[in-house]
Write a protein that binds this ligand. Structure first.
Ligand code: ADP
Ligand code: MG
Length: 296
């Protein structure tokens, strides 16, 4: 399709998102009614995520990160505003298996083997045995668990269980992955390994990723853009594009992202981006220029 996208004024009639847009959140509010009164979990959220883009949500506990994920995933509905996923309602996107989900708890079925856990979504959607087996093999290979297909979840480490969950979320080849603190329970070394794996996998599959984390370095390492949120009510405070590596250019290009390796964690640009996100989180540009970024 060739929509007149670049025309001067944005047409309000463009309700159906362009195919290049994975997620569009427009004017979204979410209010919970509790015994203690109304909780304004989200207010005035506008966010557009391109196909293939990796976007992290970061912010203090209770700022509405999980709520926003749940709205995108059709696990809850906004109080106001609209959300589209590849131009569809979240419900339609869910029915069409447009996205895969991986949350903090791996959520594996303990009585099923690793292979059978990954195969579950394919089984549920009637994929025949032979192609199913082939797909499961490919996915386990991708997450480095080919040798563990016949094990049970309780025989695996936390990191391995999380990789099974990621493999399962990729089973339907979704164009979008929704990940809510998937590495939150892992030790630091496992976590860095999983981050590198996820960078590679997201580049290989070309899927857009919405990723919730508490960790600034994790958000910086993984993302094309980092969305910084503030609580009560949950709002987007700032969106920081990541400029990393030699080119120092912002990118939403999956291939460029694949070039992110562990060495980047020691690159000057990495520390500069960590500082930028930290300053955005803490609000005002505290003593901007005077501290943080040293110049020699
Ligand atoms: P985060 O994931 O950023 O820590 P959440 O999205 O879980 O934050 O929660 C945002 C706010 O909404 C919090 O104040 C939380 O207590 C409230 N909240 C979330 N879910 C519900 C619910 N089902 N009922 C009432 N309040 C909720
Ligand atoms: Mg949460």
């Amino acid at each position: 399709m060739s929509a007149p996208e670049n025309a001067a004024a944005p047409e309000p009639a463009a309700a159906a998102a362009a195919p290049a847009t994975a997620v569009r959140v427009a004017g979204v509010n979410k209010v919970f009614e509790t015994r203690g009164g109304l909780v304004h979990a989200l207010e005035g959220i506008d966010l557009e995520i391109a196909a293939g883009e990796f976007v992290s949500l970061i912010g203090p506990s209770g700022c509405g990160k999980s709520t926003l994920m749940r709205l995108i995933a059709d696990l809850d509905a906004p109080s106001a505003g609209t959300i589209t996923v590849f131009g569809k309602t979240p419900t339609q996107a869910r029915l069409d298996q447009e996205y895969g989900i991986a949350f903090q708890q791996a959520g594996l079925l303990p009585w099923r083997t690793v292979a059978a856990n990954v195969a579950l979504p394919l089984e549920l959607h009637g994929v025949a045995s032979a192609p199913r087996k082939a797909k499961v093999e490919e996915l386990l290979d991708m997450v480095g668990l080919a040798d563990f297909a016949d094990r049970y979840p309780d025989q695996l480490s936390g990191g391995m269980q999380q990789r099974v969950a990621i493999a399962r979320s990729l089973a339907e080849q979704p164009r979008l992955l929704l990940m809510d603190e998937p590495f939150g329970a892992l030790d630091e070394m496992t976590r860095e390994k999983m981050q590198s794996d996820l960078v590679r996998i997201s580049a290989e599959t070309g899927a857009a990723v919405v990723f919730v984390t508490h960790s600034i370095p994790e958000a910086v390492f993984l993302s094309d853009r980092v969305v910084v949120m503030s609580p009560r009510p949950g709002r987007i405070r700032e969106i920081v594009p990541m400029r990393l590596g030699a080119s120092n250019a912002a990118t939403t290009d999956a291939a460029a992202r694949a070039a992110r390796t562990d060495g980047l964690r020691e690159d000057r640009s990495f520390f500069e981006m960590v500082t930028a996100v930290r300053e955005a989180l803490h609000g005002a540009p505290v003593a901007a220029g005077a501290r943080g970024v040293e110049t020699r």
